[in-house]
Design a protein around this ligand. Structure first.
Ligand SMILES: [Fe+2]
Length: 397
């Protein structure tokens, strides 16, 4: 039987008591949780968005909105930041740690996050810039957008960046960034920062105990370039003489560097496979020692949509955050259509139906960051798809 709504007299009486009770730091419930609690099995409309509850139940409640950041609009701000840095008496990297802008989800009230668990910044490093060596609890990654140049050194492994590379700085690894090339370099930083903030577990240490690189603020490389690839670059074979744990973090991948050229090659080698009807051709980045996602909280994947490919509808309890590495197309999210091209960024908040369409003449390549690993660990991962007839099917019930 459906719950009986409170009549207005009762609600008014309750609210009057609430006025008194507020000083005791309690609230007498006068509203239902819905729609703060959303439907899953029965609420399947393609246009169902992230509704926000009203009143006290909805107080401070925020839901991420689907959104696309166009590179053509946001990219020029990097040039302006770089110009300020070049001409300033004190470079922004000195007083702000980074030269970057952060992406702000329009549904989250100005918070510096793109989804409930994910933060993204886009950074520029001028020639000579160094972000000093440090270690922190959030897991982080960078997706390289500029063609060449820049580096991140992680636990003594220097990773020279090129477009399309994914460079990981797992929690508890000492890392520093810089640009020793001749032109500015740009990358997108993705972190599980909002989750760690929520858990009140975000911390940083800048007191690097190891040897520094000359008198700079960077760590001295301890391995030859390509160390990760030499140790773990052959699928299915693990070196037996090293620990597969690097840094003081737990349950993170010992591989720090995935090269864009190799990612593209691996996707291309699978292009004639059927792929997943909701995702196309995908490759997950995993910890080679365990097969687990590279971070306990966030998972990363590369996705190939072949010319003309249109995926089926899908929705998940997890968030999906995409960077467009190549191609042009559209992602439809909860009844809205977001066109994208190279370097555009798209967020699909959890619960919302989505599908991708490659509308260009060539391949489209998306890099995905998802908090699916976290949802799986807490026993909350579900996914639904739609078949050709539009019927909802449980992919992960
Ligand atoms: Fe960092």
């Amino acid at each position: 039987m459906a719950a009986q709504p409170l009549n207005s007299t009762a609600r008014a009486a309750m609210e009057a008591m609430n006025a008194e009770a507020a000083g005791l730091n309690i609230w007498l419930r006068t509203q239902a949780n819905a729609p703060a609690q959303r439907g899953w099995f029965h609420d399947t409309g393609l246009e169902a968005g992230g509704r926000v509850a009203q009143g006290r139940v909805g107080a401070n409640q925020m839901k991420a909105a689907p959104h696309r950041w166009r590179w053509a609009e946001i990219g020029p701000y990097l040039d302006r930041i770089a110009e300020i840095a070049r001409t300033a008496d004190v470079s922004p990297i000195e007083f702000a740690d980074r030269q970057q802008f952060l992406l702000v989800n329009p549904g989250l009230g100005g918070r510096l996050q793109v989804a409930s668990t994910i933060r993204c910044a886009v950074s520029i490093y001028n020639p000579g810039d160094v972000a000093p060596v440090h270690l922190h609890s959030p897991n982080a990654s960078r997706t390289i957008l500029s063609d060449n140049g820049g580096y991140t050194t992680i636990e003594g492994e220097r990773c020279i960046a090129a477009r399309g590379d994914l460079i990981l700085t797992p929690n508890g690894t000492w890392h520093d960034h810089g640009n020793d090339g001749a032109t500015p370099v740009v990358w997108a930083d993705i972190l599980d920062f909002p989750l760690l903030e929520f858990l009140d577990c975000s911390w940083i240490d800048e007191d690097f105990p190891g040897e520094r690189d000359g008198n700079s603020r960077a760590q001295k490389p301890a391995h030859e370039d390509g160390y990760s690839a030499r140790l773990y670059g052959k699928g299915g074979m693990l070196p037996g003489f090293v620990s597969h744990s690097r840094g003081i973090g737990q349950k993170t991948s010992p591989v720090f560097h995935y090269r864009g050229s190799e990612i593209r090659e691996a996707l291309d080698a699978l292009r004639d496979e059927a792929g997943d009807p909701c995702e196309g051709i995908t490759l997950d980045f995993v910890n080679p020692a365990t097969g687990a996602p590279v971070f306990p909280t966030l998972g990363y994947a590369a996705q190939l949509l072949r010319p003309g490919e249109a995926t089926r509808w899908k929705r998940e309890t997890a968030n999906a955050f995409y960077i467009v590495l190549d191609g042009e197309g559209t992602t439809e999210i909860a009844g809205r259509s977001f066109d994208w091209q190279r370097n555009d960024i798209v967020v699909v908040p959890n619960f919302l139906w989505r599908r991708h369409i490659n509308r260009g003449p060539g391949d489209a390549v998306l890099y995905l960051c998802s908090d699916r690993p976290l949802f799986k660990k807490i026993g909350q991962y579900r996914a639904q798809g739609r078949d050709d007839a539009g019927e909802v099917v449980q992919l992960v019930a």
